[in-house]
Structures are given as C-alpha cells and as structure tokens.
Design a protein around this ligand. Sequence first.
Ligand code: SF4
Length: 365
Amino acid sequence: MKVRIIRTAKELMDVFDGNYSKEERDTLDYILKISSVKLNERVIELSKKHESIAAQFLPSLQEASSMGLFHKIYKSRTHPVKGIDRGYLDRVTITPVMNCETFCRYCFLTQAGFGASMSDKEIEDAVDYIDSNPDIRYVLITGGDPLLNQAKLERIVSGLSTVNHIDSIRIGTRTLLFDPSKFNDRFFRMIKSAQNHGKRIEIGAHMNHPDEIDAETQEKLEEMHRHLVTVYTQTTLLRGINDDPETLLELYRKVYRAGGEVYLLFHCDPINGMDHLRTTVSKGLEIKSRLADMTSGRLVPKYKVAKCEIGVDSDVLEIGENHIWIETPYSIANLKKIIEGYSPLEPVEKVSKRGRLIIKYMGKW
Ligand code: SF4
C-alpha cells in the first residue's frame, strides 16, 4: 500500500488541510524534525474520518512542551542470537522487521530507532537456536510489524513448524488496522501449514479504539476465528483516546463478538514528548476496576505497567513524583538461569527482600 512520509508542517497541511498559525507551523517543523510521520493510505483515510485514530498517528503541538520521561526500563540484555530476545525460560520473541507501514506516535521505536530486517541467514540461526533449546515452548514474532515482510514471516513460521517442542506461535501485529487485506489466502495457507504440524497460532492484535474495527477488519477477525486462529487484544491506554471504560468496552465487545479475546491493556511507555498521551498509572487501575463492575470477566483485560500486573503479581513499593518502584514477579534466581552473567541494572533495578526484581518505572502514580 502507498506510504507517505511527512517531514514538515507544510506536508502535513497538504495531506490533512490543517490550519496552523506561523508559530504553530514552526513548532510542528521542530517536532517533525525529531520524529517524522509515516502513514499508509488507509490510515490517512481513517485519520480523516476519526479523531480517535488521527490522535494516535499525527503529531500534536503538545509534543514540544512535554518533557517526556523516556527511560527504557528492562533494557533488554537477553539476545542469545541476533533477532531473539529471551527474558523467560519457556518463551522468546523474534523480531524479523523493526519497521512498520505506519508509525504510532507513542511507539518506543520512534526513540530506540526503527531498524533493519533480519537476513535469511539470521532467521535460520534464530530458528536453530530455538530448535536447540527444548525449554522454549512459545514464540512471539514481533517487531516492528512482522506482516510488513510476508516472506520473512513465512520463513520463520515454516522453520518453527518443524520444531517439536514449540506449542504456539504468536504474531504481534497492527496490520488489522494498517492493511487487513494482508490477511489473505497466502497468509492463511501459511497458518494452515503450521496448524498441520500441530502448532497453535495466535495473533496479538494491537488495537486501541472501537473506530479501528471497520467492516473490513471485522471480517478479517471473523475469518481468523473460522481458521482457528486466536486473536487477542493488546491495547495501549492513551489519554483522551481510550482512557474511559465505555470506549474500551465498546472495543472489547466488537472484538469478542467477532471471535477474538480480550487480553492486555498496557500503560503507555515513557516516551519523550508523549506525556500528553499518558494517563497516570492509577487511572488504568480505576478503569480496569470499572470494567470489572460493568461486564463479564472475559472482557476485562490484564492491566500491565511495564511487564507487571499491579495488585495481581506485582506490588508498588514506593511512589515518587514522576516514578514508582515496583516489585516484579521475576525472581533473580530465575533471571540468572536465563541470562548469562545477569545482575540488576543499578540505579533503576534492585533486588527485594524476597529475591525478586524491583524496577523504577517512569510514570506518575
Ligand atoms: S505498530 Fe507497534 S511497532 Fe509499529 S509503530 Fe505502532 S507501536 Fe510501534
């Protein structure tokens, strides 16, 4: 699909007929120099129709005044081979492409950097690594968006299909919004072949607002259900976009009705310039609790702050002005088993009395 990169206020106004003062145009030029906009045709059209979608992909003047709190907690130290991230004993992620057809403004890659794809040889090495580690049972193919390069995705899925100890292959993607037509016959042939090898296939669908589920996306969700592919939601909590239980419930009802499952609601990562899109951490807890009061447990997500479910598997130990200290469920003993030479990364990680990892999370309580 045709993609547009927007690097100046003028280009933005050409596409979206915006009306900005000279001062605002200067501010937008500054913002776009730091982080340009990439949109495909479909997201441009949807952004023109829905403010809820435009606000996720177009720059806001507030990005210039927001201090941001970017600090990559849990910076990965777990790459046994290129493209593989192993933070747990029984699961790994593999990232064939660190790029997307459209960029979400709040994505960590806008700061960590969108990057190159894995070569075919690197994919082969990654699959070999998984094959030679029988503790690994679940693989998440993520990125970026793995659907950006169907050939590489197929290479990984077909490689993993023949690895006996793999139970499920998950694909983390936002293509149900960006370009649902990519879930085509070719995609379902790939799925069928993996299923024929006894693999369970799941789609972790990044979706944030009910406006994202138009007729085309809904049809694909239903098709996935018919092909025994489990689609589960991965939603980022975004201030002014979906930070109320009614909006989330509408999204979850649409997904559930089409055969999908409600799974994760993430507190928005601390990304420089994105304070205006971040809620407090406690706001997410309040929304989750309101949802539990309003609907079935099947439609109530797990609310994750970094990788922690506060009050379920993790506890808040201390609250600062712009940060909180969280005791995670991860034991240092286990981390040492998985990560060679592991030790907590001072000053943002510590060890609790009961031997668990404590992290400093940058965000307001
Ligand atoms: S789809 Fe995911 S990886 Fe791609 S830009 Fe959005 S948040 Fe980042």
